[in-house]
Ligand binder design. Structure first.
Ligand SMILES: [Zn+2]
Length: 259
C-alpha cells in the first residue's frame, strides 16, 4: 500500500516531542530516511527536526561512523550510516567527535562536553560520547530502524568487558603532512542486538509511535544498557547473531570459548 503523503520537518519534530522528549533533553538518534516514504525537504529537513525536538537547550546526537579507506578528516569525512546523519553533519553548528571509525555528531550545548577526548578513547569505551551519554541517561530514538542499529548496546559490551572486544582494526587519520595509523578496538557485530527487544517491551521500557509510515521507538539509555548487560551476564554470546555468513560472530564465539 503506497503512502504518498509527505512527512514534514514539523511533523517529525512534533512526533518526537509527543513521545515525551522535551526541550533541554539529550537525544541520540538512529534513523532511516527511506522509512518516511517521502520527506519534505529530504534528509536535511529530517536532520533539522531532530534538533528542533530538543530546542532550545537540548542536544541532538547522531552517529557519523566511517569505514572507508581514505584517512579520517573530521571536516570532510562522510558518514556511512545514513542520509540523515550525513545531512546532520553538514548543518550549521554541528560538532563532531574525533574517533576515526565511530565518530558522533551533535548540535547543542552538551556536544563539546560529550565529545572531549574521543580521539583517546575506544569507540564505545569509557570516555567515549556514548559512554558519557549513558551516564546522562539520554533518550535513544530509533526512527524507521530497529535495535540492530542501536550503538548504545556496544557500551553494554564495554561495561561487561566481553572477550570479543579484544579485536582491533587499524585506520588512517589525516595529518598536516599526510596520514598516520591508529589502532582501535573493533566493536562486535550488531545483528543480534534485537535480543533486547522482548525483555524491554515486557518491562514497558519502549515507547512506540509513528510519523507517517515511519515507526519510532523511544527508550532511555540506562534501561537499554541494563537490559543488554543482563543478557550478557546470562550468556556472553547473547548479543551475537546466528547468521550463517557472519564470520565475526563465529570468531567472537571462539573467543568466548563456546565453539
Ligand atoms: Zn554477527
Amino acid at each position: 500500500m503506497a503512502n504518498t503523503a509527505e512527512v514534514t520537518r514539523e511533523q517529525l519534530a512534533g512526533g518526537i516531542r509527543a513521545m515525551g522528549v522535551r526541550p533541554g533533553d539529550l537525544l541520540l538518534v538512529h534513523s532511516s530516511l527511506s522509512s518516511f516514504g517521502r520527506m519534505a525537504g529530504g534528509a536535511e529537513a529530517a536532520a533539522r527536526a531532530l534538533v528542533d525536538a530538543v530546542r532550545p537547550d537540548g542536544t541532538a546526537f547522531v552517529p557519523v561512523f566511517y569505514w572507508g579507506d581514505e584517512p579520517f578528516d573530521p571536516e570532510t569525512t562522510p558518514s556511512h550510516v545514513g542520509a540523515i546523519t550525513e545531512a546532520f553533519r553538514k548543518l550549521p553548528g554541528a560538532r563532531r567527535s574525533l574517533c576515526p571509525s565511530h565518530s558522533v555528531c551533535g548540535i547543542g550545548p552538551a556536544a563539546a562536553e560529550m565529545f572531549a577526548g574521543h580521539d583517546r578513547a575506544h569507540p564505545f569505551g569509557e570516555g567515549s560520547p556514548l559512554w558519557r551519554l549513558l551516564e546522562r541517561n539520554c533518550h535513544v530514538l530509533l526512527i524507521g530502524c530497529d535495535h540492530r542499529s542501536s550503538s548504545m548496546i556496544h557500551v553494554a559490551e564495554e561495561k561487561e568487558g566481553v572477550r570479543y572486544l579484544d579485536r582491533q582494526r587499524t585506520v588512517l587519520v589525516r595529518t598536516e603532512d599526510g596520514a598516520r595509523q591508529v589502532t582501535l578496538r573493533r566493536p562486535g557485530c550488531s545483528r543480534g542486538f534485537g535480543a533486547v527487544d522482548a525483555p524491554m517491551r515486557a518491562a514497558g521500557m519502549i515507547s512506540e509511535s509513528a510519523v507517517g509510515p515511519s515507526r519510532l521507538l523511544l527508550m532511555k539509555a540506562h534501561d537499554l544498557v541494563e537490559t543488554a548487560r543482563a543478557i550478557l551476564k546470562e550468556d556472553p554470546a547473547g548479543l551475537l547473531c546466528g547468521l550463517d555468513d557472519c564470520e565475526g560472530c563465529r570468531e567472537a564465539r571462539r573467543m568466548i570459548g563456546e565453539a
